[in-house]
Ligand binder design. Structure first.
Ligand code: CMC
Length: 429
């Protein structure tokens, strides 16, 4: 096979090198395209065919339904690791030794205090504010309370920023929910594991002891691992591109949270549950909603279906579906919403429209069922996604800075007016 790609433009041939990844994926290296063609660019809306970087963090093969973090399969990680181990793996490239993990956790705990003045910012939000908007704002506000920008050439400074945000972020997550529900704000319990502590911070009532339910802890641990990273998706690309201007880590993360919020991305988990509740309230007629999803004149989409990269199945969805069954069985809950979800899935899997377009349930299709069983309000679902994605965003930001990537600055093809002379107010009629 040739190791060059040839482009013919205006009768002239140009050669471009081929880059090969460790899993044999190929990319055409067009870094010299503008200079050797005299200014031609590529156009690829939505970046469906564009690689923005070379990355050693996450591998996914959408055709085969493979997802691996640093070479480890998502199936094994979800079964055998806990979230903090996976966070360490994503950020530092290797599974931690017991000693490294203990140190990582204890350093995170040492930073799990948020400046009390952040509460004033939180107070200013109306109760109706969406938690994702609040979380994004509070994460950005952390910059003001931790103003020294990260010296990326210092491993210690990088480490401190990482454990700082890993410690403070769960507090912000819990406060976002507690404030909305009128509960006093709490700083958590440093005797607990990372995930146990998050759950306790979210749910503890002021007048009661909180006893963690191991079913919830295991389920959330698994969900956070599954959300840990997903290569160059919309929010991760946002984190990298904001960071590429040398904006700080917290500011870049705040932008990533905003990107995740949208219903076509992380916001789909909330949208799925609302869709399922809507179908239930409308009599549970899944066929009617299948027809709506296929009708090009109807803006309705089957939320939780389809994926930009997975065109076979989403391996995370398989694990989550099994986990949803397990959690509900363990808790002895029969949730009609789960039945509607399964009914929709069954219909979609044999429907020509969905089969032809390779639309399968994605990670968000069943996660809401588990969050709901845990008592997490639906507007917090995407916040939970953000909590899981945090180490992935951090890992990608660190990689981007250490590889000294240039500032992200796409080009365009201009389709506006050609030059026209300025008209004075009088001349404009
Ligand atoms: N329901 C009905 N039709 C769909 C759906 C859907 N959920 N998703 C895609 N299609 C159709 C779409 O109308 C188009 O049809 P046609 O070729 O006739 O015009 C075709 O399938 C291709 O869709 P696309 O929008 O061009 O595909 P994309 O790769 O740009 O979008 C997606 C991927 C995830 C945004 C899209 O499938 C979608 O909107 N899904 C629903 C939202 C959702 O569940 N998002 C969560 C994604 S997974 C979590 C994450 O990591 O973000």
């Amino acid at each position: 096979m040739s190791d060059k790609a040839i482009l013919e433009l205006h009768g002239q041939k140009h050669e471009f090198p081929i880059i090969k990844g460790t899993e044999d994926e190929i990319g055409i290296d067009i870094k010299s395209l503008r200079s050797i063609t005299g200014g031609a660019i590529t156009i690829d809306p939505g970046f469906k065919n564009t690689g923005a970087c070379e990355s050693g963090i996450t591998f996914l093969d959408g055709e085969k339904g493979i997802l691996r973090y640093r070479g480890y399969s998502i199936e094994e990680l979800a079964e055998k690791a806990d979230f903090l181990e996976v966070a360490f793996l994503l950020i530092y490239g290797e599974l931690p030794t017991k000693e490294e993990l203990d140190k990582f956790h204890s350093d995170i705990k040492s930073y799990a205090v948020v400046d009390d003045d952040i509460k004033k910012i939180l107070d200013a939000f109306p109760k109706s504010a969406h938690p994702m908007g609040v979380l994004s704002s509070l994460t950005s506000a952390l910059t003001a309370f931790n103003p020294s920008s990260v010296d990326v050439s210092s491993p210690d400074a990088m480490y401190n920023s990482i454990v700082k945000i890993m410690g403070k972020f769960p507090v912000l997550v819990a406060w976002t929910m507690r404030k909305k529900h009128g509960l006093p704000l709490d700083y958590g319990d440093s005797s607990l594991g990372y995930v146990e502590n998050v759950i306790k911070m979210m749910f503890k009532k002021p007048h009661e002891e909180y006893v963690n339910n191991p079913i919830f802890v295991n389920a959330l641990d698994k969900l956070l691992i599954l959300h840990g990273d997903h290569e160059q998706n919309c929010s991760t690309s946002t984190v990298r591109i904001v960071g590429s201007s040398h904006a700080g880590l917290f500011a870049s993360l705040s932008a990533g949270i905003s990107a995740l919020w949208g219903p076509l991305h992380g916001g789909a988990n909330q949208a799925v549950l609302e869709m399922l509740k809507g179908i239930q309230a409308d009599g549970g007629d899944t066929k009617k909603y299948m027809a709506k999803a296929k009708d090009k004149n109807d803006p309705f989409r089957l939320m939780g279906f389809g994926h930009r990269v997975y065109k076979n199945f989403d391996p995370r969805a398989k694990i989550i579906k099994a986990a949803a069954d397990e959690v509900l069985a363990d808790l002895g809950i029969e949730d009609p919403i789960l039945e509607i979800a399964k009914g929709l899935e069954q219909e979609a899997l044999k429907d020509e429209y969905f089969v032809k377009r390779k639309l399968y349930p994605n990670v968000d299709f069943y996660s809401g069922v588990i969050y709901r069983a845990m008592g997490i309000p639906s507007d917090m679902f995407t916040v939970m996604f953000a909590l899981g994605r945090l180490p992935g965003w951090i890992a990608q930001w660190v990689e981007m800075r250490l590889r000294k990537e240039p500032i992200g600055r796409p080009r365009q093809i201009y389709i506006g007016e050609n030059y026209r002379p300025f008209k004075t107010l009088e001349e404009r009629g």
